[in-house]
Design a binder for this molecule. Structure first.
Ligand SMILES: NC(=O)NCCC(=O)O
Ligand SMILES: [Zn+2]
Length: 479
């Protein structure tokens, strides 16, 4: 087995993607203790971003871009922007990745929580329940599919979102789902813990789910290839940093640990429970990621010619996870107290032993940046075929040579007036489609509206409203 890492380059909105990339490389290159690669995040859209994506792919070793449907006004893209980014990814042979939550809805519901006086970490989950994740997952899949762009859903946290990914894959969509150590190893009941620090320590987006059967369910899907890869979204904050949100859950920084314990948690909950065999464990922790991110067999395989990044795993040993003994620079561990069967006894990176019977022996800077080439076969072979077979094709026909109506702007606006209705001078509010040529309602339109004023609301004599434009049209119409 082997383990490497891929971090996210995520800077402020409107910062150049190339500058952000350089910043990350400068931070990492002299410090990394194992090989690493990078994903780039796209949090704004412009022709400049499109150009930079090209450079990142062709010259900088980036082959995947993460976009956010959450974090309104900060990182969130609108649907039209996301669609543009997906099209660009497809052109470049890069993988689209999405943080799937409905940012608009979260913003509304967060304010409602505060208005109700619910300011603690439990509100973090309540204002972004499962369906908020599932809706955005479905939307991301739809937009990616329409752009013929392969998609990777990062941090799948709920049964509902996992079901959406599963269904889409069964429909033949090119989508991959990544549950993480957190969603496979623990649950969102912790948000209701009486200790604020404990509850806040679990805050991440999308949140852990209060349904305690969630981790087992996600593991079942992972074992059976409905989900394919495990990540961590490792992003840790100490208690004093989480405390920025002590009076307002919206200010608690999002993120939890995972990278150190990922293998243990997945072995414990996946292999030790009999849900998956050791080969599947290697696939979901290593090989599948290497294939999707196009670095197989250099990584993800133990073979002559592959990098000597090897974990020697003892399935008979056990350990208990604790913040007191972990190696991460954070004072909290979401897996605190979890007994894990299966322990990494030795770890080699590039042929060097870096974990020796539990002792970490690393040298800063010994890892390398590994460029990830575009056009992964695992990801793009189906996409390329679809490009060819699903190209839009026009119908060849003789041009229409009959009469064409002439209509002035005034005539058009007259036609758009609903006569005889004093409170609704212009019915455009209620109709997405124009009136028919005779002035009647377009029957493909609906007068049903989910919100706001209804077309017949407050109408004093609804049943007797006279219509000058009956369905079927007037005989004195335009024609
Ligand atoms: N998942 C999480 O809460 N980490 C912070 C950044 C992100 O949302 O991806
Ligand atoms: Zn995210």
């Amino acid at each position: 087995m082997r383990q490497n890492t891929v971090d996210f380059v995520l800077d402020q909105k409107n910062v150049s993607l190339l500058e952000a990339y350089d910043k990350w490389r400068n931070w990492a290159d002299s410090k990394v203790c194992c090989d690493y690669a990078l994903h780039s995040c796209v949090t704004w859209w412009s022709p400049e971003v499109a150009k930079e994506m090209d450079i990142l792919c062709k010259e900088k070793g980036i082959n995947s871009f993460k976009m956010f449907l959450a974090y309104k006004d900060v990182f969130m893209l609108e649907d039209n922007e996301l669609y543009e980014v997906f099209k660009r990814c497809r052109e470049l042979g890069a993988l689209g990745m999405v943080h799937a939550e409905n940012g608009h809805l979260i913003a509304e519901k967060s304010s409602e929580m505060i208005q109700h006086g619910i300011t603690g970490p439990e509100a973090h989950e309540m204002c972004r329940p499962e369906e908020v994740e599932a809706e955005a997952t479905n939307r991301a899949i739809t937009l990616a599919n329409q752009a013929n762009c392969p998609l990777y859903i990062v941090h799948v946290m709920s049964k509902s979102a996992a079901k959406v990914v599963t269904k889409a894959r069964r429909q033949g969509k090119v989508v991959f789902g990544e549950p993480i150590a957190a969603s496979l190893g623990t649950d969102g009941t912790h948000y209701w813990n009486k200790c604020w620090r404990h509850a806040a320590g679990h805050v991440m987006g999308p949140p852990l789910r209060p349904d305690p059967t969630t981790p087992g369910y996600l593991m079942d899907l992972l074992a059976n290839n409905d989900l394919q890869v495990t990540g961590t979204d490792n992003c840790t904050f100490n208690a004093d940093q989480k405390a920025l949100g002590k009076d307002d859950f919206r200010k608690i920084p999002n993120g939890v640990n995972g990278v150190e314990d990922r293998m243990s948690v997945i072995w414990e909950k996946g292999v030790h429970t009999g849900k998956m065999d050791p080969c599947r464990f290697v696939a979901v922790t290593s090989t599948n990621a290497a294939k999707i991110f196009n670095i197989y067999p250099q990584k993800g395989r133990i073979a002559v010619g592959s990098d000597a990044d090897i974990v020697v795993w003892n399935p008979n040993a056990s350990r208990t996870i604790s913040a007191k003994t972990h190696h991460q620079a954070v004072d909290f561990n979401i897996f605190e107290g979890m007994l894990c069967h299966g322990v990494a006894e030795y770890v080699m990176t590039n042929g060097h032993v870096v974990l020796d019977e539990g002792q970490v022996r690393v040298t800063q800077g010994m890892g390398r940046f590994i460029p990830l080439p575009c056009n992964s076969e695992t990801v793009f072979s189906r996409i390329r075929e679809r490009e060819r077979t699903t190209k839009p094709c026009k119908v060849e026909r003789e041009p229409y040579d009959g009469p064409v109506a002439k209509i002035t702007a005034t005539q058009m606006s007259e036609k758009m007036i609903v006569a005889d209705n004093p409170i609704i001078p212009n019915n455009a509010e209620f109709h997405g489609r124009p009136m028919t040529s005779s002035g009647a309602r377009n029957l493909q339109d609906s007068t049903f509206s989910l919100s706001g004023q209804q077309i017949d609301e407050k109408s004093p004599r609804r049943s007797t409203t006279r219509s000058l434009n009956p369905p079927g049209g007037k005989s004195s119409g335009l024609w």
